[in-house]
Structures are given as structure tokens and as C-alpha cells.
Write a protein that binds this ligand. Structure first.
Ligand code: OOG
Ligand code: NI
Length: 267
């Protein structure tokens, strides 16, 4: 599978649950822009048939190599980032996993029931990255228990493995040179932006500025038949700056990422 085939399939699945991303991309295109993606992100459970280490070979097969590692202690997450070895315009990939064993016993039991349903050999092709749920829908009670301790766990239990966000590369836009201008456009169109720690995460001095929408909401039916609106996926915007050596910063920043995760918060 080529990166182009991979990202096309991923985008098709992502925009089905994230109509705002399609609409925002259209908005930029109506202004004469061609939207390039800086990165996409995925979430998963550790110690499972779809753990980070089980998924990694599929990224290798697409021509990607890991180049950074991150830890989010209070969210009980670890993450790695990947870039394509030859295609500089291919989006980077941010892959995080929940350290399930660090959550309370009640959550471990709920997640254990989900993980037990995933076939041991679930990871065979890159199509695993848009598999969505590989387990039965949780009950609303289990969802609430997870959400109390980990918004990430609650999101993953309901949404499963899929692109959690795509990210517009502001560097590749012609008419928008700052992230402020991008945010102003989004706000004027009525999109809700993630306000955690301020709308813009990072500074030019830290070489990476990011903002994101709050996730779209979808009608979700739980195992017990009850319905609730829950967060699906969001859209991100990133502006990269050169480091002191003149090279464009191409990694991620824990302090920014920690706040971007909250774009799927249901509070
Ligand atoms: C990933 C959050 C981190 C970034 O660009 O730093 C991130 C997630 O929400 O799964 O996307
Ligand atoms: Ni991101």
C-alpha cells in the first residue's frame, strides 16, 4: 500500500464521523488553498493485539520510521512519532497508547473485556488503522466509569482504532501565514476551538504552534440501548518554525500534545 492510498482511505473513514474536517478543508479550498496534512494521530490500548508495538510494523511497511518518544504521566499515555523515510510531503504519524495497567482496577476490568474480543492476529495490513471498533459497544455505565478516570479510555472504547485527527499544515497555506489568522477564520465560521491552556499551544520560540477544534459529536447507542452524544474526532492546525540551526522542527512537544488530547473531552 502506498502512503497516498493509505491516507485516502483514512480520510474517507475520518470525514464520515468528522464532517467538520471535510467542511473546513472545503473552506480553505474555496480560498484557493491546497491543504497538505502535517500529521495524523491514532490511539490504542497497550498490552493488546493492537498495541503500539504490534501496529508499528504496519507503519514500517508503509515506509515510516519512528524518530521520537513521549510520555504523558498524568494521562497514563505514551506515544511515538513516525515520518516517511523518502516522501517529505507524506504526513507524519503520531501513535499513542493507553497504559491500561496504571488505571484503577474498575477500568482495567472494563478494558480487559474489550481487549479480550480482539483477535490475536488482528494486525495483518495497514487497513487495521481504520478498523474502528474491534469489540462490542460498551454499556453506558462502563463508558461513564472510564470517562471518570480517563477521557482517552472512554473515547477509545467507543470510537476504536481510526484516525483521531488530521492536521492542516499552515506552512503549506499561501494566504494564511500565522496560526492566529487560521483561528480567526475558524471562529468567524462558528467552529469551537480547544481552549485548554489557551487557543494556541506552543510558541514560535518552541518551534511548533498548534490549535484544534473540539471534536464533532455523534449519536451513539450503548450496549444497553441507551443513547448519548459523544465526541468523535477533531481537526488540528500546525505551524512549524525553524530551529536555531535553520532546520524546520519536525517533531512534537509534550506540553502542546497534553492539551491537544483534550479535544475529545466530553466535559
Ligand atoms: C494526540 C494528541 C497530540 C499533537 O499534535 O501533539 C497531538 C491525540 O489526541 O490522540 O496530536
Ligand atoms: Ni496532533
Amino acid at each position: 500500500m502506498t502512503p497516498t492510498t493509505f491516507f485516502d482511505a483514512l480520510w474517507n473513514q475520518y470525514t464520515k464521523v468528522t464532517p467538520q474536517a471535510y467542511n473546513i478543508q472545503q473552506l480553505f479550498e474555496q480560498q484557493g488553498e491546497t491543504v497538505l496534512n502535517d500529521h495524523v494521530a491514532f490511539r490504542t490500548f497497550n498490552h493488546s493485539p493492537i498495541s503500539l508495538e504490534k501496529l508499528e510494523p504496519q507503519l514500517d511497511a508503509l515506509g515510516y520510521k519512528a524518530y521520537g518518544a513521549f510520555l504523558f504521566e498524568s494521562k497514563h499515555l505514551k506515544a511515538r512519532c513516525y515520518k516517511h523515510t523518502t516522501d517529505v510531503d507524506a504526513p507524519k504519524i503520531f501513535l499513542s497508547e493507553l497504559l491500561v495497567d496504571e488505571l484503577p482496577q474498575s477500568c482495567q476490568e472494563i478494558i480487559g473485556k474489550l481487549i479480550a474480543q480482539i483477535p490475536a492476529n488482528a494486525v495483518q495490513t495497514p487497513a487495521i488503522f481504520w478498523a474502528e471498533k474491534l469489540w462490542q459497544t460498551p454499556t453506558q455505565t462502563d463508558y461513564a466509569t472510564l470517562a471518570e478516570h480517563s477521557e482517552y479510555a472512554a473515547w477509545l472504547a467507543t470510537m476504536g482504532l481510526q484516525a483521531n485527527h488530521f492536521t492542516v499544515s499552515i506552512n503549506h497555506l499561501k494566504k494564511f501565514s500565522t496560526i492566529k489568522e487560521v483561528n480567526a477564520l475558524l471562529e468567524s465560521e462558528g467552529y469551537a476551538l480547544n481552549q485548554v491552556g489557551g487557543v494556541i499551544k506552543g510558541t514560535p520560540a518552541s518551534c511548533l504552534e498548534q490549535s484544534s477544534t473540539m471534536a464533532d459529536k455523534i449519536d451513539y447507542t450503548f450496549a444497553d440501548g441507551s443513547q448519548q452524544k459523544i465526541p468523535s474526532c477533531f481537526y488540528e492546525f500546525a505551524r512549524r518554525h525553524p530551529m536555531k540551526n535553520g532546520v524546520l522542527f519536525d517533531s512534537f512537544i509534550e506540553g502542546n500534545a497534553d492539551k491537544i488530547f483534550d479535544s475529545t473531552s466530553n466535559k
